[in-house]
Design a protein around this ligand. Structure first.
Ligand SMILES: [Zn+2]
Length: 178
């Protein structure tokens, strides 16, 4: 980018209320629903096949003059996938016509398992043998449905998950904590 263009875009970032005609975009900015649609194609790298939307990680989307802001709820603090997810979101949204810039902000909202869609729960059970714990109810085995999961170790592959074994069918199951 030429120096003049870079300085202009920096000025635009500093003054969000600038006149939209100052942007030389060839397409109209997408709607917030368009952005959500694109995010349905961005998977949580820990669970390929489960999108960040189905994970319940999108707190909100804002579009202003081609500047898109995505508020991301992090599922578990310290999960290393966060940077990958952020850059995947930026790449996917930036490819939309009319998008000048994409920012991913970390939402202050807390994530819990109630934010998972039914689709997310189904894929996690079928493809990853992950059971989702719901407060006040024992997690059920994704293989046989028995509520007979016995914790094997306090920490699974990530701090957010715990390895269990089913007392009924002996399947090793990861339980996603509520
Ligand atoms: Zn079982």
């Amino acid at each position: 980018m030429a120096r003049a263009a870079r300085e202009r875009s920096e000025q635009e970032r500093e003054s969000p209320h600038h006149d939209a005609t100052g942007l030389h975009l060839s397409a109209l900015p997408p709607s917030e629903a368009d952005v959500i649609d694109v995010l349905r194609g961005v998977d949580d790298p820990e669970y390929p096949g489960v999108s960040v939307v189905d994970m319940g990680m999108i707190a909100g989307v804002a579009v202003r003059d081609g500047q898109v802001t995505v508020d991301l709820i992090t599922t578990f603090s310290g999960c290393p996938a966060l940077e990958v997810i952020s850059s995947d979101i930026v790449a996917a949204v930036a490819a939309l016509p009319g998008v000048a810039d994409v920012a991913v902000r970390r939402s202050a909202e807390d994530w819990d398992t109630s934010r998972l869609s039914e689709q997310a729960r189904a894929v996690m059970a079928a493809d990853f043998t992950v059971a989702v714990a719901v407060p006040g109810r024992p997690a059920e085995c994704p293989r046989c449905g028995a509520a007979a999961l016995v914790e094997q170790s306090p920490f699974g592959p990530a701090r957010c998950r715990a390895v269990h074994r089913c007392g009924a069918c002996s399947e090793v199951v990861e339980v996603l904590r509520a």
